[in-house]
Design a binder for this molecule. Structure first.
Ligand SMILES: [Zn+2]
Length: 509
C-alpha cells in the first residue's frame, strides 16, 4: 500500500499493536470505497501485491486475488483462502457535507479504547478484516501454508463479488474475516429470500359529501426497529403491523385509507420503526375513532413493556378539515381499505422457528414484513425471509404464494437476490479445529462455535466451490453500518494473534 498521509501517521503512533494492521487500515480509510466504488482500492491492492513480488489477479466482476507461497517447508500444506470484502456502507450525520466519493474517513480515538470515525461510518466492516489479511500478506516471517487472499466487491449490496466470482480459487479451507465478535467463530449462516406483494387497489372516483369527512394522520415512531437478522428475536414492535392492527379494529367506523407508508422501498433488511397513515372518516365517528384507537394503543404498549423503550415511542393522531381540493390523492374505496389492512395483518412477521438442534438457542427461520407503500394503483408490501433450512425458505414462499392467491395479489420473486444458506460443517473442518486449538492455547478458554442468522459471503462462495470448508471470525466491532461504528482496540491484538496462530497450526496439515 502507498504510505499513509501525515496526519494518519501521527494517529498510527498512538494506536499501539498491531501496527501493521492499523497502518493498513488507516490507508484503506484514505481511499473512498463505498459499495459500487471499489476500483481505486482494488487497483491499490494489486499494486501492493506486485510491490511484494506477487502476481495479483482481478476477475471480471472486480474481485482481487493475491497468492502468497507457503513459508519454507510448508508448501505441501492445504491451501487456505483468507477472504474479506472491499466495500463499506456509507453513512453520515444528516447535516454533514462529507463526500464519500472523494473524502478520506477521519479516524479518531475515543475513551482511549475505541477507534471510530468523525461523523461517518468507519468502514471497519470490513476494512479491518482486510487490514488483518494485508498484514499477513506483507509479513515475511510468519509460518503458514500456501495462502490465497481474496478481496470481493459489493458484499453490502448485492454480494455480486461472491456470487459471480471467477473460478480462480484453489483453497481447501476458507477463512472469512467479516464477523465481529471476539471469542466466537461462525460455521454457518442463514439464506434469505426477498419478496413483494402487489395488491391492486381502487380509489374513490367521486367522493360525495366531502364536507362530511375529516382527515386524520396517524403515525408511530421511536420503536427499536433494527437489522432484521440481528434484532428479530428481540420481538420488538413492527410499526406497519401496529398501525394496521389499530386501524383494522375500527373498520366499522367507515374510514377510508388515503396513504400508508412504513419502511424504505428496496430496504427489506430493516424492521420498520416508523409508519404513517392518512385516512378520511365521517365526522360523526371522529371522536369515537380517537378514543378507541388511543385506548387500543395503550393496550398494545403494555404488550411491549420490557421489550421496547416505551418513553421513546411517539404515537400521534392528528385531525384536520378534509377537502378534496387540498388533498390531491383520492381515498381508497372501503373495500380496498379492508383489503390493504387485512393483507398487512395476514403476512407473518417475526421469528418462525428457533434452532433447537444447535443447542445455542439461535434463530433458525424468521420473516420480516419490512416495507409498505402505494405505487401507481397498487399497494406494495416487501418482505424478507431468512432461514438456515432450504425447506423452511421454500415453506415461507409457499405461505407467501398462498396469501397472494387468497388476497388476489401478485407475489413477485426477485430470485436473483436469493441467498442460499451456508450449512455448518463441524466434522472434518480443520480450520475450525485449528482456530479452536489456537484460542485455547493463547487465551486458555474455549472458543464459542455458532451459526449466524444474517447472510455471509461463504454461502455464495461455497456454492461456487462446493469442496471448500469455511469458518468466519473477526475483531470486536460495534455499530457497523452506522455513524457509531467502533473498533474495540483491545480486541484487535487478540484477534490478530489468534489469526496468526491459526494459520501456523493449519500449516501442519
Ligand atoms: Zn461486512
Amino acid at each position: 500500500m502507498k504510505p499513509i498521509l501525515n496526519h494518519s501517521k501521527e494517529l498510527l503512533k498512538t494506536l499501539g499493536e498491531p501496527q501493521g494492521v492499523y497502518s493498513a487500515f488507516l490507508r484503506i480509510c484514505e481511499i473512498p470505497h463505498g459499495s459500487g466504488n471499489t476500483k481505486q482500492l482494488a487497483n491499490e491492492l494489486i499494486e501492493f501485491g506486485k510491490s511484494l513480488g506477487y502476481e495479483p489477479e482481478k476477475d471480471k466482476v472486480g474481485n482481487v486475488l493475491i497468492r502468497k507461497p507457503a513459508y519454507g517447508s510448508k508448501s505441501k500444506s492445504n491451501v487456505i483462502c483468507i477472504e474479506a470484502h472491499m466495500d463499506m456502507v456509507c453513512t453520515k450525520e444528516s447535516n454533514s457535507n462529507f463526500d464519500f466519493l472523494s473524502d478520506p474517513i477521519q479516524c479518531v480515538v475515543e475513551e482511549e479504547r475505541y477507534l471510530t470515525a468523525n461523523g461517518t461510518s468507519l468502514g471497519a466492516d470490513n476494512g479491518l478484516g482486510m487490514a488483518m489479511a494485508l498484514d499477513v500478506l506483507a509479513n515475511p516471517d510468519l509460518v503458514h501454508g500456501p495462502l490465497e487472499f481474496l478481496f470481493t466487491i459489493d458484499e453490502e449490496t448485492t454480494m455480486e463479488g461472491a456470487r459471480h466470482i471467477e473460478h480462480f480459487l484453489e483453497a481447501k479451507y476458507l477463512i472469512n474475516v467479516d464477523t465481529e465478535d471476539l471469542g466466537y467463530v461462525y460455521v454457518g449462516s442463514a439464506g434469505s429470500i426477498q419478496r413483494t406483494f402487489e395488491k391492486p387497489i381502487l380509489r374513490e372516483k367521486n367522493l360525495k359529501n366531502e364536507t362530511d369527512f375529516v382527515e386524520k394522520k396517524i403515525s408511530i415512531k421511536g420503536l427499536k426497529g433494527g437489522h432484521s437478522a440481528l434484532e428479530i428475536n428481540k420481538e420488538g414492535g413492527n410499526s406497519n403491523k401496529i398501525i394496521a392492527q389499530l386501524l383494522f379494529n375500527e373498520i366499522k367506523l367507515q374510514f377510508k385509507i388515503v396513504d400508508f407508508q412504513g419502511g424504505k422501498p428496496g430496504i427489506q433488511n430493516i424492521i420498520p420503526s416508523f409508519t404513517k397513515a392518512t385516512i378520511i372518516i365521517p365526522k360523526q365517528y371522529s371522536e369515537e375513532f380517537d378514543q378507541n384507537i388511543n385506548k387500543n394503543f395503550e393496550n398494545i404498549l403494555q404488550d411491549y413493556h420490557k421489550i421496547e423503550n416505551l418513553k421513546s415511542i411517539k404515537f400521534k393522531v392528528e385531525t384536520e378539515e378534509y377537502s378534496k381540493s387540498n388533498s390531491k390523492i383520492k381515498p381508497l374505496t372501503l373495500e380496498s381499505t379492508k383489503n390493504v389492512l387485512s393483507l398487512i395483518l395476514a403476512i407473518p412477521h417475526g421469528v418462525r422457528k428457533n434452532d433447537l438442534q444447535s443447542g445455542t438457542c439461535s434463530v433458525k427461520s424468521s420473516q420480516c414484513l419490512s416495507v409498505c407503500y402505494f405505487k401507481n394503483n397498487n399497494f406494495m408490501i416487501e418482505i424478507l425471509g431468512r432461514s438456515s433450512s432450504v425447506i423452511d425458505l421454500q415453506l415461507m414462499d409457499n405461505i407467501g404464494e398462498s396469501i397472494a392467491i387468497l388476497s388476489q395479489s401478485k407475489y413477485i420473486k426477485e430470485i436473483e437476490g436469493d441467498f442460499p444458506p451456508w450449512f455448518p460443517q463441524y466434522e472434518n473442518n480443520l480450520a475450525l479445529d485449528c482456530i479452536k486449538q489456537a484460542h485455547l492455547e493463547l487465551f486458555n478458554k474455549e472458543m464459542n462455535v455458532e451459526t449466524r442468522h444474517s447472510g455471509l459471503e461463504p454461502s455464495l462462495l461455497l456454492q461456487n466451490y462446493p469442496q471448500m470448508v469455511a469458518i468466519s471470525f473477526g475483531p470486536e466491532i460495534s455499530g457497523a453500518h452506522s455513524i457509531n461504528e467502533k473498533i474495540d482496540m483491545q480486541s484487535v491484538d487478540a484477534t490478530h494473534r489468534l489469526f496468526i496462530k491459526t494459520l501456523e497450526l493449519l500449516a501442519n496439515y
